[in-house]
Design a protein around this ligand. Structure first.
Ligand code: C5P
Length: 222
């Protein structure tokens, strides 16, 4: 890939869930296998990009040729992303927990003492929004994901405008689609120019096609 289309470009990819600890044995998290994000990092690296993959805990092996930074919490993920800037493009695939427990205790919380009946939460930083609105180092192209279960396009387009990113990759994760944890995905890419619906295909194929589209956007069409 020494002479790939993305040689000399730096792309930041977030993937996986974040884990927000309550105590040494418990955490709050979103469901995410990390498969789509890892596949995107791999596809970009194959095209010659320097890729920084900032990943929450997953069972996956980091792709070869990618700088992988392992984190647990949303706050760590944001710090690792900011440390990786500047980047030409950011692809935010991670399923970041929106909230974290207000207190993380050093010792295991005892059920018998009623310590788990309520959990006070604080809002986590929004990494996609932060990168999209970055004052000094906004990546030229910022891409978010939207996993929705109903009115997929409507919610995803609202999300693109709210977050300030350039593209949203929307996918339907309702039970029965098999997307969650599965090897296939059906996505629609939403941008200022409109929407582009892709057929159901393996996550690796979504990644390859997205990497080509990223190269088109950064370099001008082939
Ligand atoms: O708002 P929602 O979480 O559904 O938006 C999904 C998009 O926002 C994904 O691209 C996800 O990676 C990103 N996100 C983020 N930081 C958060 C929450 C979501 O980067 N705290």
């Amino acid at each position: 890939h020494a002479d790939g289309r993305l040689t000399g470009r730096h792309v930041l990819v977030t993937a996986g869930p974040t884990h927000e600890p309550l105590d040494p044995v418990r955490y709050i998290a979103n469901r995410s296998s990390g498969k789509q994000g890892y596949a995107i990092a791999r596809a970009l690296a194959r095209m010659g990009a320097k890729v920084t993959l900032v990943t929450g805990p997953t069972g996956l092996t980091p792709p070869a040729g990618v700088d992988t930074v392992k984190v647990e919490t949303a706050r760590q993920m944001l710090a690792a992303c900011e440390a990786a800037l500047p980047a030409d493009c950011a692809v935010c695939c991670a399923a970041v927990a929106d909230y974290r427990p207000q207190i993380e205790t050093e010792h295991k919380i005892k059920k018998e003492r009623g310590g788990l009946s309520t959990i006070a939460l604080s809002e986590n930083p929004d990494i996609l929004r932060t990168l999209s609105n970055h004052e000094t180092s906004r990546p030229k192209l910022v891409i978010g994901f939207a996993a929705e279960t109903d009115d997929v396009i409507g919610h995803a387009d609202a999300k693109r405008k709210r977050k300030g990113c350039d593209w949203i990759v929307a996918n339907d994760v309702s039970p029965g689609t098999g997307t969650m944890g599965g090897d296939n995905n059906t996505v629609t890419i939403l941008s200022e120019e409109g929407e582009e619906a892709w057929d159901n295909m393996p996550k690796a194929a979504v990644a390859g096609r997205l990497a080509e589209k990223i190269a088109d956007a950064l370099l001008g069409k082939k």
